[in-house]
Design a protein around this ligand. Structure first.
Ligand code: XMP
Length: 510
Protein backbone atom coordinates (compact mmCIF):
# COMPACT_ATOMS: atom_id res chain seq x y z
CA UNK A 1 0.00 0.00 0.00
CA UNK A 2 1.42 3.35 -0.93
CA UNK A 3 1.12 5.31 2.27
CA UNK A 4 3.77 6.62 4.59
CA UNK A 5 4.81 4.33 7.42
CA UNK A 6 6.09 4.93 10.91
CA UNK A 7 7.77 2.02 12.67
CA UNK A 8 7.18 1.63 16.40
CA UNK A 9 9.81 -0.47 18.09
CA UNK A 10 8.37 -2.31 21.05
CA UNK A 11 10.56 -2.41 24.15
CA UNK A 12 7.91 -4.09 26.28
CA UNK A 13 6.14 -1.09 27.78
CA UNK A 14 2.54 -1.30 28.90
CA UNK A 15 1.26 1.45 26.61
CA UNK A 16 2.73 0.27 23.32
CA UNK A 17 -0.52 -0.44 21.56
CA UNK A 18 -1.78 2.90 22.66
CA UNK A 19 1.13 4.67 20.98
CA UNK A 20 0.26 2.92 17.72
CA UNK A 21 -3.37 3.88 18.06
CA UNK A 22 -2.51 7.51 18.68
CA UNK A 23 -0.25 7.62 15.63
CA UNK A 24 -3.03 6.16 13.50
CA UNK A 25 -5.44 8.71 14.95
CA UNK A 26 -3.10 11.32 13.52
CA UNK A 27 -3.84 9.74 10.10
CA UNK A 28 -0.38 8.19 9.86
CA UNK A 29 0.02 4.47 9.28
CA UNK A 30 2.32 2.66 11.70
CA UNK A 31 3.40 -0.83 12.55
CA UNK A 32 4.62 -2.20 15.87
CA UNK A 33 7.74 -4.35 15.54
CA UNK A 34 9.77 -6.10 18.27
CA UNK A 35 12.89 -4.15 19.22
CA UNK A 36 15.01 -7.07 18.01
CA UNK A 37 13.88 -6.54 14.41
CA UNK A 38 17.04 -6.33 12.26
CA UNK A 39 17.83 -2.87 10.93
CA UNK A 40 17.54 -4.10 7.34
CA UNK A 41 13.94 -5.12 7.98
CA UNK A 42 13.12 -1.77 9.52
CA UNK A 43 14.68 0.06 6.59
CA UNK A 44 12.81 -2.15 4.12
CA UNK A 45 9.59 -0.56 5.42
CA UNK A 46 10.96 2.78 4.24
CA UNK A 47 9.75 4.49 7.42
CA UNK A 48 9.35 8.25 7.61
CA UNK A 49 10.08 7.95 11.32
CA UNK A 50 10.75 5.49 14.13
CA UNK A 51 9.32 5.59 17.65
CA UNK A 52 10.87 3.70 20.55
CA UNK A 53 8.34 2.72 23.18
CA UNK A 54 8.86 2.60 26.91
CA UNK A 55 9.84 -0.60 28.65
CA UNK A 56 10.28 -2.02 32.13
CA UNK A 57 14.08 -2.11 32.12
CA UNK A 58 16.96 0.07 33.15
CA UNK A 59 19.48 0.65 30.35
CA UNK A 60 22.30 -0.58 32.59
CA UNK A 61 20.62 -3.90 33.39
CA UNK A 62 22.48 -6.86 31.97
CA UNK A 63 19.68 -8.12 29.77
CA UNK A 64 18.31 -4.67 28.91
CA UNK A 65 17.04 -4.40 25.34
CA UNK A 66 19.50 -2.61 23.08
CA UNK A 67 19.33 -1.07 19.65
CA UNK A 68 21.65 -1.12 16.66
CA UNK A 69 23.35 2.34 16.83
CA UNK A 70 23.44 2.39 13.03
CA UNK A 71 19.73 3.20 13.15
CA UNK A 72 20.65 6.72 14.26
CA UNK A 73 22.86 7.20 11.22
CA UNK A 74 20.15 6.76 8.61
CA UNK A 75 18.75 10.29 8.68
CA UNK A 76 15.40 8.85 9.78
CA UNK A 77 13.70 10.84 12.56
CA UNK A 78 13.54 8.93 15.85
CA UNK A 79 11.41 9.65 18.89
CA UNK A 80 12.25 7.77 22.08
CA UNK A 81 9.59 7.56 24.77
CA UNK A 82 10.56 6.90 28.41
CA UNK A 83 12.86 3.84 28.25
CA UNK A 84 13.18 4.61 24.54
CA UNK A 85 14.53 8.08 25.36
CA UNK A 86 16.95 6.72 27.94
CA UNK A 87 18.16 4.09 25.50
CA UNK A 88 18.74 6.77 22.86
CA UNK A 89 20.70 8.90 25.33
CA UNK A 90 22.75 5.97 26.57
CA UNK A 91 23.48 4.58 23.09
CA UNK A 92 24.65 7.99 21.86
CA UNK A 93 27.03 8.60 24.75
CA UNK A 94 24.86 10.31 27.35
CA UNK A 95 24.26 9.11 30.88
CA UNK A 96 21.23 7.81 32.73
CA UNK A 97 20.95 7.87 36.50
CA UNK A 98 18.85 5.96 39.04
CA UNK A 99 17.85 8.37 41.80
CA UNK A 100 16.43 7.21 45.14
CA UNK A 101 12.93 8.39 44.45
CA UNK A 102 10.90 7.69 41.39
CA UNK A 103 8.62 10.07 39.55
CA UNK A 104 5.24 8.58 38.96
CA UNK A 105 1.89 9.96 37.84
CA UNK A 106 0.74 13.42 36.89
CA UNK A 107 3.63 15.84 36.82
CA UNK A 108 3.84 19.52 35.96
CA UNK A 109 6.25 19.86 33.06
CA UNK A 110 7.86 22.95 31.51
CA UNK A 111 8.38 22.99 27.74
CA UNK A 112 10.72 24.89 25.47
CA UNK A 113 8.18 25.75 22.80
CA UNK A 114 10.86 26.45 20.20
CA UNK A 115 11.46 22.67 20.13
CA UNK A 116 9.68 21.04 17.17
CA UNK A 117 7.86 18.68 19.55
CA UNK A 118 6.27 21.46 21.58
CA UNK A 119 5.47 23.99 18.87
CA UNK A 120 2.16 25.77 19.37
CA UNK A 121 1.73 24.26 22.83
CA UNK A 122 1.44 26.12 26.14
CA UNK A 123 4.80 26.50 27.89
CA UNK A 124 3.77 24.11 30.65
CA UNK A 125 1.35 21.28 31.21
CA UNK A 126 0.63 18.08 33.08
CA UNK A 127 2.37 14.98 31.78
CA UNK A 128 2.16 11.34 32.84
CA UNK A 129 5.47 10.12 34.22
CA UNK A 130 6.29 6.54 35.07
CA UNK A 131 9.99 6.08 35.58
CA UNK A 132 12.75 5.55 38.06
CA UNK A 133 15.74 6.40 35.87
CA UNK A 134 16.27 9.66 34.06
CA UNK A 135 18.78 11.19 31.72
CA UNK A 136 21.28 13.32 33.68
CA UNK A 137 23.86 13.84 30.95
CA UNK A 138 22.85 14.60 27.41
CA UNK A 139 24.61 13.03 24.45
CA UNK A 140 26.64 15.40 22.32
CA UNK A 141 24.59 17.66 20.07
CA UNK A 142 21.44 17.38 22.21
CA UNK A 143 19.75 19.97 24.35
CA UNK A 144 17.11 19.62 27.05
CA UNK A 145 13.76 20.98 25.86
CA UNK A 146 11.52 20.13 28.82
CA UNK A 147 11.98 19.62 32.55
CA UNK A 148 10.11 18.95 35.74
CA UNK A 149 11.09 19.64 39.35
CA UNK A 150 12.61 16.18 39.67
CA UNK A 151 13.80 15.56 36.15
CA UNK A 152 16.18 17.92 34.34
CA UNK A 153 15.68 16.22 30.99
CA UNK A 154 11.99 15.54 30.50
CA UNK A 155 12.68 15.95 26.78
CA UNK A 156 15.82 16.21 24.66
CA UNK A 157 16.33 17.12 21.07
CA UNK A 158 18.91 17.13 18.35
CA UNK A 159 17.09 18.82 15.47
CA UNK A 160 20.03 18.49 13.08
CA UNK A 161 19.92 14.70 13.33
CA UNK A 162 16.13 14.68 13.86
CA UNK A 163 16.51 12.71 17.10
CA UNK A 164 14.14 13.35 19.99
CA UNK A 165 13.44 11.81 23.37
CA UNK A 166 10.72 12.37 25.92
CA UNK A 167 10.61 11.01 29.43
CA UNK A 168 6.83 11.22 29.82
CA UNK A 169 4.11 9.27 28.06
CA UNK A 170 2.39 11.36 25.36
CA UNK A 171 0.05 8.50 24.46
CA UNK A 172 -1.96 8.38 27.69
CA UNK A 173 -4.90 10.67 28.23
CA UNK A 174 -3.46 12.02 31.50
CA UNK A 175 -0.81 13.85 29.49
CA UNK A 176 -2.27 17.18 28.43
CA UNK A 177 -1.63 17.80 24.74
CA UNK A 178 0.07 14.41 24.48
CA UNK A 179 -1.39 13.68 21.07
CA UNK A 180 -0.30 17.16 19.95
CA UNK A 181 3.29 16.24 20.90
CA UNK A 182 3.07 13.07 18.82
CA UNK A 183 1.45 14.95 15.98
CA UNK A 184 4.23 17.54 16.08
CA UNK A 185 6.80 14.78 15.79
CA UNK A 186 4.93 13.17 12.91
CA UNK A 187 4.13 16.32 10.95
CA UNK A 188 6.92 18.77 11.91
CA UNK A 189 9.80 16.32 12.11
CA UNK A 190 8.89 13.29 9.96
CA UNK A 191 7.04 15.24 7.26
CA UNK A 192 3.88 13.16 7.55
CA UNK A 193 1.17 13.94 5.02
CA UNK A 194 -1.70 12.28 6.89
CA UNK A 195 -2.41 9.80 4.13
CA UNK A 196 -3.88 7.00 6.28
CA UNK A 197 -7.62 7.10 5.73
CA UNK A 198 -10.19 4.32 5.70
CA UNK A 199 -11.29 5.30 2.22
CA UNK A 200 -7.79 4.64 0.93
CA UNK A 201 -7.47 1.50 2.97
CA UNK A 202 -10.75 0.13 1.64
CA UNK A 203 -9.83 0.90 -1.98
CA UNK A 204 -6.34 -0.59 -1.86
CA UNK A 205 -7.43 -3.62 0.20
CA UNK A 206 -10.14 -4.47 -2.28
CA UNK A 207 -7.67 -4.38 -5.17
CA UNK A 208 -5.13 -6.46 -3.28
CA UNK A 209 -7.69 -9.04 -2.20
CA UNK A 210 -8.87 -9.38 -5.79
CA UNK A 211 -5.36 -9.92 -6.99
CA UNK A 212 -4.52 -12.43 -4.28
CA UNK A 213 -7.72 -14.46 -4.42
CA UNK A 214 -8.15 -14.48 -8.19
CA UNK A 215 -10.94 -16.90 -9.00
CA UNK A 216 -10.57 -18.77 -5.67
CA UNK A 217 -13.35 -19.61 -3.25
CA UNK A 218 -13.37 -17.99 0.18
CA UNK A 219 -15.11 -19.16 3.33
CA UNK A 220 -15.79 -16.96 6.33
CA UNK A 221 -17.34 -17.77 9.70
CA UNK A 222 -19.65 -14.86 10.37
CA UNK A 223 -20.69 -14.26 13.97
CA UNK A 224 -22.43 -10.94 13.50
CA UNK A 225 -19.74 -9.32 15.65
CA UNK A 226 -17.97 -6.23 14.35
CA UNK A 227 -14.79 -7.89 13.09
CA UNK A 228 -16.26 -10.76 11.11
CA UNK A 229 -19.02 -8.51 9.75
CA UNK A 230 -16.53 -5.95 8.45
CA UNK A 231 -14.34 -8.70 7.02
CA UNK A 232 -17.39 -10.07 5.20
CA UNK A 233 -18.31 -6.66 3.81
CA UNK A 234 -14.77 -6.05 2.58
CA UNK A 235 -14.40 -9.46 1.00
CA UNK A 236 -17.78 -9.27 -0.66
CA UNK A 237 -16.77 -5.97 -2.30
CA UNK A 238 -13.56 -7.62 -3.45
CA UNK A 239 -14.68 -11.04 -4.68
CA UNK A 240 -18.51 -11.03 -4.52
CA UNK A 241 -20.04 -14.45 -4.96
CA UNK A 242 -16.77 -16.26 -4.55
CA UNK A 243 -17.28 -15.59 -0.84
CA UNK A 244 -19.49 -17.79 1.31
CA UNK A 245 -20.32 -16.66 4.82
CA UNK A 246 -21.57 -19.20 7.28
CA UNK A 247 -23.54 -17.75 10.14
CA UNK A 248 -24.25 -20.32 12.81
CA UNK A 249 -27.23 -19.17 14.85
CA UNK A 250 -26.91 -21.11 18.06
CA UNK A 251 -30.12 -19.68 19.44
CA UNK A 252 -28.17 -17.86 22.12
CA UNK A 253 -28.08 -14.50 20.40
CA UNK A 254 -29.72 -11.38 21.78
CA UNK A 255 -33.27 -10.47 20.82
CA UNK A 256 -33.66 -10.21 17.02
CA UNK A 257 -29.91 -10.44 16.53
CA UNK A 258 -29.95 -13.42 14.18
CA UNK A 259 -32.44 -11.67 11.91
CA UNK A 260 -30.49 -8.43 12.00
CA UNK A 261 -27.31 -10.15 10.91
CA UNK A 262 -29.17 -11.92 8.15
CA UNK A 263 -30.82 -8.69 6.99
CA UNK A 264 -27.48 -6.91 6.79
CA UNK A 265 -25.92 -9.59 4.58
CA UNK A 266 -28.75 -11.12 2.61
CA UNK A 267 -28.91 -8.34 0.04
CA UNK A 268 -25.17 -8.24 -0.65
CA UNK A 269 -23.37 -10.01 -3.40
CA UNK A 270 -22.12 -12.98 -1.43
CA UNK A 271 -23.37 -16.40 -0.50
CA UNK A 272 -24.88 -16.14 2.92
CA UNK A 273 -25.73 -19.34 4.76
CA UNK A 274 -27.61 -19.09 8.01
CA UNK A 275 -27.64 -22.32 9.92
CA UNK A 276 -30.41 -22.45 12.47
CA UNK A 277 -28.81 -24.79 14.92
CA UNK A 278 -30.73 -23.85 18.07
CA UNK A 279 -32.05 -27.34 18.67
CA UNK A 280 -28.65 -28.90 18.29
CA UNK A 281 -27.06 -26.54 20.78
CA UNK A 282 -29.89 -26.66 23.27
CA UNK A 283 -30.08 -30.41 23.34
CA UNK A 284 -26.36 -30.66 24.01
CA UNK A 285 -26.63 -28.04 26.73
CA UNK A 286 -29.63 -29.60 28.44
CA UNK A 287 -28.97 -30.17 32.13
CA UNK A 288 -25.47 -28.64 32.00
CA UNK A 289 -24.74 -26.07 34.72
CA UNK A 290 -20.96 -25.79 34.91
CA UNK A 291 -19.73 -22.62 33.11
CA UNK A 292 -16.59 -24.14 31.60
CA UNK A 293 -18.51 -27.18 30.38
CA UNK A 294 -21.05 -24.91 28.73
CA UNK A 295 -18.29 -22.96 27.01
CA UNK A 296 -16.57 -26.13 25.81
CA UNK A 297 -19.77 -27.66 24.47
CA UNK A 298 -20.65 -24.52 22.53
CA UNK A 299 -17.13 -24.17 21.14
CA UNK A 300 -17.09 -27.79 19.95
CA UNK A 301 -20.59 -27.71 18.55
CA UNK A 302 -19.76 -24.56 16.63
CA UNK A 303 -16.89 -26.23 14.89
CA UNK A 304 -19.01 -29.28 14.06
CA UNK A 305 -21.80 -27.24 12.51
CA UNK A 306 -19.36 -25.04 10.67
CA UNK A 307 -17.48 -27.98 9.25
CA UNK A 308 -20.61 -29.77 8.17
CA UNK A 309 -21.69 -26.67 6.25
CA UNK A 310 -18.22 -26.14 4.82
CA UNK A 311 -18.26 -29.68 3.45
CA UNK A 312 -21.45 -28.94 1.54
CA UNK A 313 -19.66 -26.13 -0.26
CA UNK A 314 -16.87 -28.43 -1.30
CA UNK A 315 -13.38 -27.23 -2.05
CA UNK A 316 -12.36 -23.97 -0.41
CA UNK A 317 -9.22 -22.08 -1.35
CA UNK A 318 -9.13 -19.49 1.37
CA UNK A 319 -10.43 -19.41 4.91
CA UNK A 320 -11.03 -15.81 5.92
CA UNK A 321 -10.87 -14.56 9.49
CA UNK A 322 -11.65 -11.26 11.13
CA UNK A 323 -8.39 -11.08 13.08
CA UNK A 324 -7.58 -7.49 14.01
CA UNK A 325 -4.30 -5.82 14.97
CA UNK A 326 -4.56 -6.15 18.77
CA UNK A 327 -4.99 -9.93 18.28
CA UNK A 328 -1.81 -9.91 16.19
CA UNK A 329 0.19 -7.86 18.68
CA UNK A 330 -1.04 -9.84 21.65
CA UNK A 331 -0.45 -13.28 20.22
CA UNK A 332 3.05 -14.37 20.95
CA UNK A 333 3.01 -12.89 24.43
CA UNK A 334 3.23 -15.23 27.40
CA UNK A 335 0.53 -17.67 28.40
CA UNK A 336 -1.66 -16.31 31.14
CA UNK A 337 -3.70 -18.48 33.50
CA UNK A 338 -6.95 -19.70 31.98
CA UNK A 339 -9.76 -17.89 33.76
CA UNK A 340 -12.30 -18.68 31.08
CA UNK A 341 -12.01 -20.55 27.80
CA UNK A 342 -12.80 -17.68 25.49
CA UNK A 343 -14.18 -18.83 22.29
CA UNK A 344 -14.23 -16.76 19.15
CA UNK A 345 -16.28 -17.46 16.15
CA UNK A 346 -13.52 -15.97 14.02
CA UNK A 347 -10.88 -18.38 15.24
CA UNK A 348 -12.42 -21.50 13.82
CA UNK A 349 -11.68 -24.86 12.43
CA UNK A 350 -8.89 -27.35 12.26
CA UNK A 351 -10.28 -29.75 9.72
CA UNK A 352 -11.63 -27.66 6.87
CA UNK A 353 -9.55 -28.10 3.74
CA UNK A 354 -8.19 -24.83 2.48
CA UNK A 355 -4.97 -23.51 1.01
CA UNK A 356 -4.43 -20.30 2.88
CA UNK A 357 -5.84 -18.01 5.51
CA UNK A 358 -6.89 -14.49 4.56
CA UNK A 359 -7.04 -11.90 7.31
CA UNK A 360 -7.99 -8.62 5.67
CA UNK A 361 -8.25 -6.64 8.93
CA UNK A 362 -4.93 -7.75 10.34
CA UNK A 363 -3.57 -4.21 10.39
CA UNK A 364 -6.56 -2.45 11.90
CA UNK A 365 -7.45 -1.43 15.42
CA UNK A 366 -11.01 -1.83 16.62
CA UNK A 367 -12.00 1.78 16.02
CA UNK A 368 -10.48 1.62 12.54
CA UNK A 369 -12.38 -1.59 11.89
CA UNK A 370 -15.59 0.21 12.78
CA UNK A 371 -14.68 3.15 10.55
CA UNK A 372 -14.00 0.74 7.68
CA UNK A 373 -17.37 -0.92 8.27
CA UNK A 374 -19.08 2.44 7.92
CA UNK A 375 -17.06 3.19 4.81
CA UNK A 376 -18.33 -0.10 3.35
CA UNK A 377 -21.93 0.80 4.14
CA UNK A 378 -22.65 -1.55 7.04
CA UNK A 379 -25.50 -0.39 9.28
CA UNK A 380 -24.62 1.29 12.58
CA UNK A 381 -26.25 -1.42 14.64
CA UNK A 382 -23.62 -3.83 13.39
CA UNK A 383 -20.67 -1.46 13.34
CA UNK A 384 -21.21 0.01 16.81
CA UNK A 385 -21.88 -3.32 18.40
CA UNK A 386 -20.26 -3.87 21.77
CA UNK A 387 -18.33 -7.07 22.36
CA UNK A 388 -20.57 -10.11 22.55
CA UNK A 389 -19.08 -13.40 23.67
CA UNK A 390 -19.05 -16.34 21.26
CA UNK A 391 -21.08 -18.53 23.66
CA UNK A 392 -23.70 -15.78 23.76
CA UNK A 393 -26.47 -15.79 26.32
CA UNK A 394 -25.41 -19.24 27.52
CA UNK A 395 -22.89 -17.59 29.84
CA UNK A 396 -25.39 -14.93 30.91
CA UNK A 397 -27.87 -17.51 32.16
CA UNK A 398 -26.55 -18.91 35.39
CA UNK A 399 -27.12 -22.63 35.68
CA UNK A 400 -29.13 -24.67 33.26
CA UNK A 401 -30.20 -23.17 29.94
CA UNK A 402 -33.78 -23.61 28.81
CA UNK A 403 -35.74 -22.00 25.95
CA UNK A 404 -37.91 -20.29 28.54
CA UNK A 405 -34.93 -18.71 30.28
CA UNK A 406 -33.44 -17.59 26.97
CA UNK A 407 -36.69 -15.85 26.08
CA UNK A 408 -36.87 -14.10 29.47
CA UNK A 409 -33.29 -12.89 29.22
CA UNK A 410 -33.67 -11.71 25.62
CA UNK A 411 -36.64 -9.54 26.55
CA UNK A 412 -35.05 -8.08 29.67
CA UNK A 413 -31.72 -7.43 27.97
CA UNK A 414 -33.44 -5.68 25.07
CA UNK A 415 -35.20 -3.30 27.47
CA UNK A 416 -31.95 -2.59 29.31
CA UNK A 417 -30.15 -1.78 26.08
CA UNK A 418 -32.98 0.33 24.77
CA UNK A 419 -33.08 2.46 27.90
CA UNK A 420 -29.33 2.95 27.96
CA UNK A 421 -29.67 4.21 24.40
CA UNK A 422 -32.57 6.46 25.33
CA UNK A 423 -30.53 7.93 28.18
CA UNK A 424 -27.73 8.75 25.72
CA UNK A 425 -25.28 6.53 27.61
CA UNK A 426 -24.41 4.19 24.79
CA UNK A 427 -20.88 5.49 24.36
CA UNK A 428 -20.18 6.14 28.03
CA UNK A 429 -20.94 2.62 29.22
CA UNK A 430 -18.66 0.40 27.19
CA UNK A 431 -20.42 -2.89 27.70
CA UNK A 432 -23.81 -3.50 29.26
CA UNK A 433 -26.08 -6.49 29.41
CA UNK A 434 -28.46 -8.41 31.62
CA UNK A 435 -27.73 -11.68 33.41
CA UNK A 436 -30.43 -14.12 34.43
CA UNK A 437 -29.43 -15.54 37.79
CA UNK A 438 -30.63 -18.93 38.98
CA UNK A 439 -31.99 -17.36 42.13
CA UNK A 440 -35.69 -16.98 42.78
CA UNK A 441 -37.26 -14.90 45.46
CA UNK A 442 -40.65 -13.90 46.72
CA UNK A 443 -42.36 -10.79 45.46
CA UNK A 444 -45.79 -9.28 45.37
CA UNK A 445 -47.56 -8.15 42.25
CA UNK A 446 -51.11 -6.88 42.27
CA UNK A 447 -52.52 -8.79 45.19
CA UNK A 448 -50.67 -11.96 44.50
CA UNK A 449 -47.45 -13.60 45.59
CA UNK A 450 -44.76 -14.20 42.97
CA UNK A 451 -41.79 -16.49 43.11
CA UNK A 452 -39.63 -15.46 40.18
CA UNK A 453 -36.07 -14.96 38.98
CA UNK A 454 -33.67 -12.23 40.00
CA UNK A 455 -32.15 -10.40 37.05
CA UNK A 456 -28.75 -8.74 37.35
CA UNK A 457 -27.76 -5.74 35.27
CA UNK A 458 -24.10 -5.30 34.40
CA UNK A 459 -22.55 -2.15 32.96
CA UNK A 460 -18.82 -1.45 32.78
CA UNK A 461 -16.43 1.22 31.67
CA UNK A 462 -13.11 0.01 30.34
CA UNK A 463 -10.50 0.73 27.72
CA UNK A 464 -9.27 -2.76 27.02
CA UNK A 465 -11.75 -5.17 28.70
CA UNK A 466 -8.83 -6.61 30.65
CA UNK A 467 -9.73 -4.43 33.61
CA UNK A 468 -13.01 -2.65 34.09
CA UNK A 469 -14.94 -0.51 36.51
CA UNK A 470 -18.68 -0.74 37.09
CA UNK A 471 -20.49 2.05 35.29
CA UNK A 472 -22.14 4.77 37.36
CA UNK A 473 -25.46 4.61 35.54
CA UNK A 474 -27.72 7.32 37.02
CA UNK A 475 -30.27 6.09 39.56
CA UNK A 476 -33.12 7.53 37.51
CA UNK A 477 -32.11 5.43 34.52
CA UNK A 478 -31.72 2.31 36.65
CA UNK A 479 -35.09 2.99 38.18
CA UNK A 480 -36.77 3.27 34.81
CA UNK A 481 -35.09 0.09 33.57
CA UNK A 482 -36.03 -1.83 36.69
CA UNK A 483 -39.67 -0.81 36.52
CA UNK A 484 -39.97 -1.53 32.81
CA UNK A 485 -38.43 -4.97 33.08
CA UNK A 486 -40.44 -6.10 36.07
CA UNK A 487 -43.65 -4.85 34.49
CA UNK A 488 -43.03 -6.14 31.02
CA UNK A 489 -41.09 -9.36 31.39
CA UNK A 490 -42.86 -12.30 32.91
CA UNK A 491 -40.71 -14.41 35.18
CA UNK A 492 -38.65 -11.62 36.76
CA UNK A 493 -39.64 -9.95 40.01
CA UNK A 494 -36.35 -8.51 41.27
CA UNK A 495 -33.52 -6.52 39.70
CA UNK A 496 -30.02 -5.99 41.10
CA UNK A 497 -27.12 -3.94 39.73
CA UNK A 498 -23.62 -5.41 39.74
CA UNK A 499 -21.18 -3.02 41.47
CA UNK A 500 -17.98 -5.03 41.25
CA UNK A 501 -15.00 -4.05 39.17
CA UNK A 502 -12.72 -6.40 37.24
CA UNK A 503 -10.67 -7.66 38.98
CA UNK A 504 -11.78 -9.22 41.29
CA UNK A 505 -14.95 -10.02 39.27
CA UNK A 506 -14.94 -10.62 35.53
CA UNK A 507 -17.18 -8.75 33.12
CA UNK A 508 -19.33 -11.73 32.18
CA UNK A 509 -20.74 -13.76 35.02
CA UNK A 510 -19.60 -17.15 33.73
P1 XMP B 1 -14.48 -11.38 31.01
O1 XMP B 1 -15.80 -11.96 31.39
O2 XMP B 1 -13.42 -12.41 30.82
O3 XMP B 1 -14.72 -10.71 29.59
O4 XMP B 1 -14.05 -10.28 31.94
C1 XMP B 1 -13.83 -9.82 28.96
C2 XMP B 1 -14.43 -9.46 27.62
O5 XMP B 1 -14.44 -10.60 26.76
C3 XMP B 1 -15.76 -10.93 26.37
N1 XMP B 1 -15.86 -12.39 26.38
C4 XMP B 1 -15.74 -13.15 25.28
N2 XMP B 1 -15.55 -12.81 23.99
N3 XMP B 1 -15.62 -15.08 23.38
C5 XMP B 1 -15.51 -13.79 23.04
O6 XMP B 1 -15.37 -13.49 21.86
C6 XMP B 1 -15.82 -15.51 24.65
O7 XMP B 1 -15.91 -16.70 24.94
C7 XMP B 1 -15.88 -14.48 25.65
N4 XMP B 1 -16.06 -14.50 27.01
C8 XMP B 1 -16.03 -13.20 27.43
C9 XMP B 1 -16.66 -10.26 27.38
O8 XMP B 1 -17.95 -10.02 26.84
C10 XMP B 1 -15.88 -9.01 27.69
O9 XMP B 1 -16.06 -8.04 26.69
Amino acid sequence: MNHQTVVILDFGGQYNQLIARRVRECAVYCEVLPYRTPLSEILAKNPIGVIFTGGPNSVYAEDAPKIDPALFEQGIPVLGICYGAQLMAYTLGGHVTSPDSREYGKTLTQYDTSCALFQNLPSQGITWMSHTDYIDQLPEGFSSTAHTDACPVAAMSNPTRKLYGIQFHPEVLHTENGVAVLRNFLYNVCGAKGDWTMEDFARTSILQLRERIGKGKVLLGLSGGVDSSVAAALLSKAVGNQLTCIFVDHGLMRKNEGDEVEAAFKGRSLNFVRVNAQDRFLSRLAGVTDPETKRKIIGEEFIRVFEAEAKKIGRVDYLAQGTIYPDVIESGSGEAAVIKSHHNVGGLPDHVDFKEIVEPLRLLFKDETRALGRELGLPNYLVDRQPFPGPGLAIRIIGEITPEKIAILQEADAIFREEIDNAGLRHQVHQYFAVLTSMRSVGVMGDGRTYDYTLALRGVTTTDFMTADWARIPYETLDLISRRIVNQVRGINRIVYDITSKPPATIEWE
